[in-house]
Design a protein around this ligand. Structure first.
Ligand SMILES: [Zn+2]
Length: 107
């Protein structure tokens, strides 16, 4: 249920299944995947020196963070954007919608 805005008349509608407000709970799986992938990267290369293992773990954590952020945010928002494109605007009957967004934290 993220918000989309009609590019023709500016009306906002909630579509899909994601929250309409900015939600910090969606960061929890991102941080969880980052910690697990960092520990897995640190533990997998046992024959490497400890400094090398720390660097590998840090890189694995960053990579896991990026991949899970895309999986948690951009893939569902792209699906919601596709859902919005199937519907016409109730005001101007156009089908041009903005990319989904949330409101919160002062907006
Ligand atoms: Zn419209």
């Amino acid at each position: 249920m993220a918000l989309v805005q009609c590019k023709g008349c500016g009306i906002k509608r909630a579509v899909g299944f994601m929250p309409t407000t900015t939600c910090g709970l969606l960061l929890m799986p991102v941080f969880g995947v980052a910690v697990v992938s960092g520990l897995a990267g640190f533990d997998y290369f046992r024959e490497v020196h400890i400094a090398g293992r720390l660097i590998i773990g840090l890189l694995a954590a960053i990579l896991g963070c990026l991949i899970s952020a895309v999986a948690v945010h951009y893939i569902p928002w792209t699906l919601e954007w596709c859902l919005a494109m199937t519907r016409r605007c109730p005001e101007c009957k156009g089908r041009k919608w903005s990319y989904p967004f949330t409101e919160g934290f002062g907006q």
